[in-house]
Design a binder for this molecule. Structure first.
Ligand SMILES: *[C@@H]1O[C@H](CO)[C@@H](O)[C@H](O)[C@H]1NC(C)=O
Ligand SMILES: *[C@@H]1O[C@H](CO)[C@@H](O)[C@H](O)[C@H]1NC(C)=O
Ligand SMILES: *[C@@H]1O[C@H](CO)[C@@H](O)[C@H](O)[C@H]1NC(C)=O
Length: 398
């Protein structure tokens, strides 16, 4: 399969406005998440990826409002939460307001919901902050996972204009008491569409220039911007959407011989300015020849492991999670999945994402799960003498 990294970035307006809100914490988190998802997925061979970090940021920043201790500290660091809680709230509200657009060229819609098991008592303050971020709150009978899955899938299907239909299966929802769902739909026409008569089957190469397959290559000669970002070791192409060009797809094409991994590392460690300034300062050339493959990516990601790579542990730990601001019943996050559908064509782009975060009851008191290799010994306790000892590393069903 071909490798491609796609980053849909909301240029200009998002990076500064509305009223001067600085979105750099969300952007830093975004490229850091992409880098870690890529590193994790690499274990399973080359794959195309699509993630929507802002959707993850929104859910976890809401959860951070109910977190304390190490759980809060890890969330603050991961999400780059500003020290002042009010600044975080403004950032969250501003991202919500930027993620709603409807004009003739661009539709962008984001919706959030919280599904609460009937018996679970959620603190009113947590419900209030959820409502403030436009989260719809539903009380449900979580024991009927078939019905719950239908309800959640219906919500996501409506929010994504039918682009994501079966986001969750009932078995994923076993034991969950609280679910946070964030769904986003984006549909936009290019400022200059590609001419489909010029789309041709062409070769796609790896970083060393070896042929690895074919794509339908689209072609256009139009006023786009390309810059070379030395700090990223990549060429940067900006393809805008709509007449007002408020949105764009930005493509980072690594230099010859430079692995994607390195560019991802540079994107996640350098300030976003490293390339946004270059694009802003670049004069728009009257015509740039662009060849971009037509592509479609469907991905379903379990984000817990990549988020652990990024330093978020305690919220996923059934013994250590500290979320007292949500409910008096101790909870931890046991599920975090994201499903994305993205299609780039001659006309434009359709992208939809659903993020589902599930919380279940924490185990109170000590517990241990012997589910990996271990050493054992049989001993006489009174005289403290070892009779047998060994290791167990090779599992079998006996
Ligand atoms: C994009 O263009 C198509 C066809 O030209 C049009 O039907 C559609 O409404 C436009 N807008 C969006 C948001 O797709
Ligand atoms: C669960 O909900 C489904 C759909 O609403 C319903 O048909 C089914 O009878 C319910 N199952 C139980 C065990 O209540
Ligand atoms: C890009 O990241 C790599 C590490 O993956 C680093 O060695 C290299 O110096 C970085 N490039 C720039 C221009 O900072």
């Amino acid at each position: 399969m071909l490798k491609a990294v796609v980053i849909i970035t909301l240029v200009n307006s998002v990076l500064t406005a509305p009223s001067g809100v600085n979105f750099s914490p969300i952007n830093e988190f975004s490229f850091n998440l992409l880098q870690n998802v890529f590193a994790y997925q690499e274990n399973f061979g080359p794959q195309n990826l699509a993630v929507s970090p802002v959707s993850v940021w929104n859910i976890f920043s809401l959860l951070s409002g109910g977190a304390s201790g190490a759980t809060f500290a890890e969330l603050s660091q991961l999400l780059r939460l500003p020290k002042d809680v009010r600044v975080t709230q403004d950032l969250h509200l501003a991202s919500n307001s930027v993620l709603k657009v409807k004009n003739k060229d661009v539709i962008l819609n984001k919706q959030a919901a919280m599904f609460v098991e009937r018996e679970l008592q959620i603190h009113p303050e947590f419900c209030e902050s959820a409502s403030k971020y436009n989260t719809e709150i539903y009380t449900v009978d979580a024991s009927n996972t078939t019905k719950l899955a239908n309800d959640i899938n219906y919500f996501i299907c409506m929010a994504t204009e039918g682009a994501i239909k079966d986001a969750v299966k009932p078995d994923l929802l076993e034991n969950l008491r609280l679910l946070l769902v964030d769904a986003m739909y984006f549909k936009a026409n290019w400022t200059t569409p590609f001419d489909s008569r010029q789309t041709k089957r062409e070769t796609f190469y790896d970083q060393q220039g070896r042929s690895i397959g074919d794509v339908n290559m689209m072609y256009q000669k139009a006023p786009n911007k390309i810059v070379y970002a030395a700090e990223l070791e990549a060429d940067v192409l900006e393809l805008t959407y709509g007449e007002d060009k408020e949105f764009a797809m930005v493509i980072f094409l690594p230099d010859y011989g430079v692995p994607l991994k390195r560019v991802l590392n540079n994107l996640s460690t350098k300030p976003t300015d490293a390339w946004t300034k270059l694009l802003q300062n670049e004069e728009q050339m009257s015509s740039v020849e662009c060849q971009v493959p037509r592509f479609k990516i469907s991905s379903q990601l379990d984000l817990i492991q990549p988020l652990k790579y990024m330093g978020l542990y305690s919220i996923f730990d059934e013994m250590k999670a500290e979320l007292p601001g949500i409910s008096d019943s101790p909870l931890y996050v046991s599920k975090t999945i994201q499903k994305t559908e993205l299609e780039v064509t001659e006309e434009g782009t359709v992208a939809a994402v659903a993020t589902v975060v599930g919380l279940e009851n924490r185990i109170l008191g000590p517990s241990i799960n012997v589910n990996k290799p271990f050493v054992y010994a049989i001993v006489n306790r009174r005289h403290n003498i070892v009779l047998f000892t060994g290791v167990y590393t090779n599992p079998s069903v006996v």
